[in-house]
Design a protein. Structure first.
Length: 330
């Protein structure tokens, strides 16, 4: 579906500049931006993927991943197509870098589906929700009116003004922080580290629940000393921000073998020196997925795959043994 886009400015001779993400594409009449889903037609910027769904499913909230936001619940998860970054290792490249088959829906239908399935949550995920900004905004506004909480799974590569607007109806965010190396960001992902750091700070300052994911890409962003700078930086915001270190598998244009288990564990251990809640994703080892109290060591949440058991948390999200606050949304 084609809709006029938000966030652009007119230049001259029907040329416009999109101001949604830090690429700030300057588009002559008839041209699309780097994301491939925003187009100048006659001096007006249009979004080309409004309501064009590529998937819709009920998922465990842990799959997003979100480990400290209503653990053990299910969330309606939707995606469209397109992305403003071009990661060579993209795990969802069929929908982020190509135009796939779609099903057309409107925001009212998505909210109705969530309610029919008893889901109190909607996740905007799989491909980059920033490039279906208008659909996310419309749907999240409607959903919030119905008491549904909105979750954004994003690369965080967005300009401050649109992010500020979106955060008014978003309740939780997981941002992909693709390491701590500007060159890696530019060469392997076509993004910018500093812009993503700014988004992380904005989400935190807005009081929106925040978790961070870093996919460990062999011979890409896996230098432990460099990653330690990332861990220190996150800790300087808040050492309680959950960090998901995720195992890479070969995909799209990146052919290195999967991240070795020992590498992930050494990175995990370095991260734990600075952060209170660190998890390893795609390793399927309970030890690295459980939540333990950072103060008294009590097992709080046991995770085996997507089976989740709240064993040591009280109704206010505190450790039952020492009363340390763990789940801050409660
Ligand atoms: S959202 Fe798309 S068109 Fe707009 S600046 Fe980013 S890449 Fe360019
Ligand atoms: S930001 Fe995410 S969806 Fe976009 S190309 Fe990178 S990995 Fe794929």
């Amino acid at each position: 579906m084609v809709r006029e886009a938000l966030f652009y400015e007119e230049l001259n001779d029907n040329t416009i500049r999109c101001t949604l993400c830090p690429h700030r594409c300057v588009l002559e009449d008839g041209k699309k931006g780097i994301c491939g889903v925003r187009m100048n037609r006659g001096g007006v910027l249009y979004t080309l993927n409004y309501g064009e769904l590529t998937s819709i499913a009920m998922d465990p909230i842990e799959k997003k991943p979100l480990f400290h936001f209503y653990p053990g619940t299910e969330i309606l998860s939707i995606s469209t197509w397109g992305c403003n970054m071009k990661c060579k290792f993209c795990q969802n490249w069929e929908i982020s870098q190509q135009r796939p088959a779609v099903r057309r829906v409107d925001p009212e239908r998505i909210v109705r589906i969530a309610m029919e399935h008893g889901s109190k949550f909607i996740a905007y995920t799989y491909n980059e929700p920033i490039v279906w900004f208008e659909f996310v905004l419309d749907t999240s506004r409607l959903a919030a009116k119905e008491g549904i909480r909105n979750v954004l799974i994003t690369n965080g590569f967005i300009e401050p003004e649109p992010l500020k607007l979106l955060l008014q109806t978003i309740h939780a965010v997981n941002i992909d922080l693709k390491g701590f190396n500007e060159e890696f960001y530019r060469k392997e992902c076509l993004g910018e580290l500093e812009a993503v750091k700014r988004s992380i700070e904005m989400v935190y300052e807005a009081g929106v629940h925040l978790e961070i994911t870093t996919l460990i890409v062999p011979n890409g962003n896996d230098n432990v000393n460099e990653l330690e700078e990332e861990f220190k930086w996150i800790a300087s915001i808040d050492p309680d921000i959950p960090l998901h270190i995720s195992r890479y598998f070969p995909n799209y244009k990146y052919t290195e073998p999967p991240t070795p288990k020992e590498k992930l564990i050494s990175i995990y251990e370095r991260a734990r020196e600075h952060l209170n809640f660190v998890y390893i994703g795609n390793l399927w080892d309970e030890k690295y997925e459980n939540t333990y109290c950072p103060d008294c060591g009590e097992l709080l949440i046991r995770r085996v795959g997507y089976d989740v058991e709240l064993v040591g948390i009280d109704e206010e999200g505190r450790c039952k043994r020492c009363e340390r606050k763990i789940l801050k949304h409660l």
